[in-house]
Write a protein that binds this ligand. Structure first.
Ligand SMILES: NC(=O)c1ccc[n+]([C@@H]2O[C@H](COP(=O)([O-])OP(=O)(O)OC[C@H]3O[C@@H](n4cnc5c(N)ncnc54)[C@H](OP(=O)(O)O)[C@@H]3O)[C@@H](O)[C@H]2O)c1
Length: 287
């Protein structure tokens, strides 16, 4: 059972990833230092950024501030991504170097292809750069974001290293069960972006009803549901009290019945955890 935000899940390359992260999309560079510092001091250990967010410098300063305050660099998991116009072997090598410099880190924990490219061969060329970066030790793990089954299959066929994660949108009522199962079968962890439905879940009546049983908010129920599915949610907030709220999810257990209700909220959703499936069995089946 996951006990805190400091717990980790195994990745397919031997590294581990924190069970929950802090998303920084929409956070301005000027605000990022303080917010990222607060998030880490609150207990988040995974920080998700991207060149596209134009806040890597602020994010890097926030991480450094937390390190200066006594948090070990090894305990912080930093994610960035190559944008579409940074794809292709040479372009991605250069883009990584720019992100690395802006973040001011000796190594990155995870580097992702932000979106698949429509041009023939571009995803594979970009993947070659990521493989080299991993082999050089400048990044520990590599993965993708917004890739569908076909795009993943191309990398599995052409690449030497299997993506460790696929970062895709996941929230109650919005999950692609087919892709979820495919990633599980290939031992890739799913990172859930927009796990709060980009701010919509707090108005959801079903989640409110479930939340009332546990004295938890719909946002807390949505995040706990992700964690119970071994999906890594990366909620974004610019508010300190919501950072706290989004981490107060390790002191209760959702019942199988409530997991089923949430699993069945979306048409694209397949019940991964049914009432007659115990958690240990489910853990075993994903890896
Ligand atoms: N790979 C990709 O293509 C991709 C795409 C989108 C996002 N992402 C990543 O995923 C992260 C999260 O996704 P997201 O920002 O789209 O959506 P999200 O985390 O689902 O929702 C963020 C919204 O929810 C609000 N919120 C946060 N905590 C709350 C709470 N406890 N109660 C009520 N409202 C709450 C936030 O408002 P306040 O800030 O005002 O609190 C914000 O408006 C991003 O920051 C980014 O790192 C990746």
């Amino acid at each position: 059972m996951v006990k805190s935000s400091l717990d980790r899940l195994p990745l397919n390359d031997g590294y581990t990833i924190p069970v929950i992260g802090y998303g920084t999309s929409g956070i301005k560079n000027e605000e990022a230092e303080e917010l990222v510092f607060k998030a880490i001091m609150r207990g988040f250990r995974l920080i998700d950024t991207a060149s596209w967010y134009r806040n890597e410098e602020g994010v890097g300063r926030g991480i450094q501030k937390a390190i200066n305050a006594g948090i070990s660099r090894e305990d912080i998991f930093v994610v960035s991504k190559a944008w579409k116009d940074e794809m292709g072997y040479e372009q991605t090598m250069d883009a990584f170097q720019r992100s690395e410099a802006r973040l001011g880190l000796d190594y990155m924990d995870l580097y992702l292809i932000h979106w698949p490219h429509e041009a023939e061969g571009k995803n594979v060329d970009t993947w070659r750069a990521l493989e080299e970066l991993k082999e050089s030790g400048r990044v520990r793990s590599i993965g993708v974001s917004n890739f569908n089954r076909g795009e993943l299959n191309e990398l599995l066929k052409e690449g030497r290293i299997r993506p460790a994660v696929n970062q895709i949108p996941v929230s109650p009522g919005n999950m692609n069960a087919d892709l979820d199962e495919f990633c599980s079968s290939k031992n890739m962890v799913i990172m859930a972006y927009s796990p709060l439905g980009a701010g919509k879940v707090h108005k959801d009546k079903k989640l409110m009803t479930i939340g009332n049983k546990y004295d938890k908010t719909p946002a807390q129920i949505a995040l706990k549901w992700c964690i119970d599915r071994e999906v890594v949610p990366i909620p974004k907030t610019s508010h300190d009290e919501r950072m706290k709220e989004n981490l107060e999810i390790f002191d209760f257990e959702l019942s199988d019945e409530d997991m089923d209700t949430i699993n069945n909220m979306g048409q694209k959703l397949a019940a991964k955890r049914s009432s007659d499936t115990n958690k240990n069995k489910r853990h075993g089946s994903r890896r």
